[in-house]
Unconditional design. Sequence first.
Length: 688
Amino acid sequence: MDSKLTPQEFEVSKITNNLIKKSPVVWFLWKKKYNWPVEFVSDNVETVFGYTKDDFMSEKVMYSEIIHPDDIQRVQKEVISQSKTGTSSIIHEPYRIITKTGEIKWLNDITLIRRNKNNEITHYEGIVIDIVEQYNREKSLKESERKYKVLSEQFRLMSDNIPDLVWSKDLDGNFTFVNKAVCEKLLIAKDTQEPIGKKDMYFAIRQRKLYPDRKDWHTFGEVCINSDEVVLKTKKPQRFDEYGNVKGKFMFLDVYKAPIFDNTGKIIGTVGHGRIVTKEKEAEKQLQKQNKEYEILNKKYIAQNKELEIAKEKAEESNRLKSAFLANMSHEIRTPMNSILGFAQLLKDPSLKPESKNQFIDIINNSANHLLNLINDIIDISKIDANQMNVIENECKLNEFLFEIYQFFHSEVSRKKGQLKIVFKKGLADGNDVIKTDTTRLRQILINLIGNAVKFTHEGLIEVKYTLTKDKQLLFSIKDTGIGIHKKDLTVIFERFRQSEEASTRKYGGTGLGLAISKACVELLDGKIWVESQHKKGSTFYFTIPYKKGTTPKLEKKITIDKSADLFEGKTILVVEDDIHSTLLLEIILKPTKATILNAKDGFEAIEVCKKNANIHIILMDIQLPKLDGLKTAKEVKKILPHVPIISQTANAMHQDKQKSLDAGCVDYITKPINKKELLQKIAKYML
Ligand code: ADP
């Protein structure tokens, strides 16, 4: 076998050697001999094998000796088997060599089989490539592929086994990943592959189409802001509240979204995570609602507490006022009682001069009237509380009516030794002054207010006047130059038992009821009451009542009784009365009239007397009677003597009692304490 290359072949080899000198490819020309001695090798052999060109070409190093012992047999087999087939090249499976430094390197080897004219193999010529780097690269690629596969499998496993929603999208909003929860709970997709490359609206629309009649079936993607856009714009991770209906049920998602960047910093999509917090949100809502309710309750409690505090203060105040009232009351009762009892005793003195006697009687009378007024006030307050103050309107000539009251006070004021004057100014001309009102209440108001003016004014002027205002109100004013009222007391004095500081000292007396009663009466008449005052300068009390024009009142049969002597001679009067003192009083009053007096101590007795005496001219009937009360008795008596007038006499000044006695058949009533003049006038009115 000729082992030498022809000169041309050698020349080609040299050129090839020059060409590959700088590449990682080493070119070998092996002799077809035992151990594959090298006839030629490219200059760069040392970079791969560590051995020099000379080491090989001087045959110090034989090629088969540097092949890894584990690979040599396989390589030899490949050479032999390929050589036998007559092919011209052998592509070896990569094999290992051991370099001069002992390092193991993997090589790729492509060998051409050279033959002579007789087709005998003379040489092997091959390119050997160090595949360490490529191998490593491929290896690490495979490794990272394996790792990636493991990781993505793990991630899929993890994300498909959590209740939260996890997904990623590209820049156009197409899903690039979704977990099971997204498919099942939000998109209603077949599996985790279906959404890939599609947008969430695709699934929303698909759901809506399934239930066209139910607008609330799937509302996700409609009601909330486009959070993907927000994240892409801001390039920052963010949290969003996203909500809507899925399969007709409300769902609230707590969503975190973040942008995905590639390794150049460019945004390539978004990742998202959503937690279903519907229950929590509902609980939160409930809690907020409850909190609000608690807040309202709290405010209510605070207000209630305040109210309670005010009520407590009021209760304490009213307690204090009641104590003051009781003290006042005791004083107001004891003072006149003291006069009544004291002077009554003095009256017994036989040596008493007639002037003193008259003076004492006046004092007793005044004190008794004072007591009566006090009792009336207390009854009025009870009536106000019981809502039993009624309005009974009657026609009234206002000027005449006011003048009477004025006159009453005029005489009282004159007694203040001329330091005080009272004037009355009318607001309507006589004849034009007829009005309709409850004169009892109007009188009560005026007497209270003028009475106060007189009480609290020592000198100067009291002016009582009234005018008709444009809005058809009668505006009354009582102006005085008295002690005046502190500003702080201006409103409280209208409350019961309230008196200003000065007045509450014992100097003026009083119970603090007058203004409260007056206010109630004014309001009952549909009017208003107020006061203007300057301390130490004087006060003006105003009140209004609606102006109701009246017609001239019918003239009442007025009987003037100058003296009672022989007034009722020939007449018989039945006095029905259980109280012996009251009976005695009536007898004493009636005795000078020369009337025949019959007595009955209870209802049954009265009926008996009536049955026996048909000539009774009038009956004075007490209401509170033992056995059969006055009202029932009156009804029975009316059956026996239907034409005999009955006048009830009652200690109850309540309006109902008067009305009840009229209903029972009485013609009139007279209240106790009996006023002699009034009694005689009334008897005369109905009997004569
Ligand atoms: P009384 O006069 O019995 O105390 P009133 O209710 O009539 O009760 O009056 C309440 C309080 O109003 C009086 O105690 C007094 O302090 C004050 N007052 C009423 N009228 C006048 C007035 N004309 N001048 C000064 N104070 C007045």
